[in-house]
Design a protein around this ligand. Structure first.
Ligand code: ADE
Length: 232
């Protein structure tokens, strides 16, 4: 059966979706509240994971083990790593990696977790294409990009660090959960996609921009997820 796990790190990334769903069951696990029910005529489990990679990985594993989800979508905000990707635009993952992993000393490429077998976790192509086409319908004024999303347990707000991450990994945007969701989904053989709307440019302007734009950006991403659901 099709059942979509929807993860947002923060409440404002999932609150609109929660408000619209018909809730059948609430379950608390690992201090996270999992809401199971229907949204846009689709079976869903919606959850706020909390911020950062450990919370995101835990949450994804619980969705797989206890809720038996068939697909996972991560919705939220991110900092742009490319000049042409602006605040309000949307990035849909082609793949995701951990920008803060470094085991080069033993021969692994920067970003690769030893013994997992890949540097970047590939997102599901159907989900990616669906996100792109739905975005053109739902948010026609917003530019949507398909590309790599990179994650680390760090809020990036310095141009020097941003440029280094962009150069090392060819990422389109940076955030703090996507790679862990991708990693856990990959190990569980569950198709996933990460959808992130840009809240800041991950440089010295990020501290100012993030609080101003996070709410609108989170809403763009959530609206797109809602529209995708019946077509998965
Ligand atoms: N989420 C939104 N903006 C971000 C940034 N600049 N760094 C990390 N995570 C983010």
């Amino acid at each position: 059966m099709k059942k979509i796990g929807i993860i947002g790190a923060m409440e404002l990334e999932v609150e609109a979706l929660k408000a619209k769903m018909d809730i059948r069951r609430k379950e608390e696990k690992a201090s996270m509240e999992f809401l199971e029910g229907t949204l846009n005529e689709t079976e869903v489990v919606i959850v706020r994971s909390g911020i950062g990679k450990v919370n995101a990985a835990l949450c994804t594993q619980i969705l797989c083990d206890l809720f038996d989800v068939s697909h996972i979508i991560n919705t939220g905000v991110a900092g742009s790593l490319k000049n042409e990707i602006n605040i309000g635009d949307i990035v849909v993952s082609t793949d995701a990696l951990h920008h803060d992993v470094d085991v080069r000393i033993f021969g692994y490429p920067l970003g690769e977790v030893p013994q997992v077998g890949c540097l970047a976790f590939p997102a599901d192509e159907h989900l990616g294409q669906l996100a792109q086409s739905c975005c053109n319908e739902v948010n026609p004024d917003i530019s949507v990009y398909q590309g790599r999303i990179v994650s680390g347990d760090q809020f990036i707000s310095e141009k020097k660090l941003k440029d280094k991450i962009a150069e090392n990994f060819q990422g389109f945007c940076v955030e703090m959960e996507g790679a862990s969701i991708a990693h856990a989904a990959y190990l569980n053989h569950v198709p996933f996609v990460i959808i992130r709307a840009i809240s800041d440019k991950a440089d010295d302007s990020a501290e100012m921009d993030y609080p101003s734009f996070e709410r609108a950006a989170a809403a763009h991403s959530a609206a797109l997820v809602e529209h995708m659901l019946p077509f998965i």
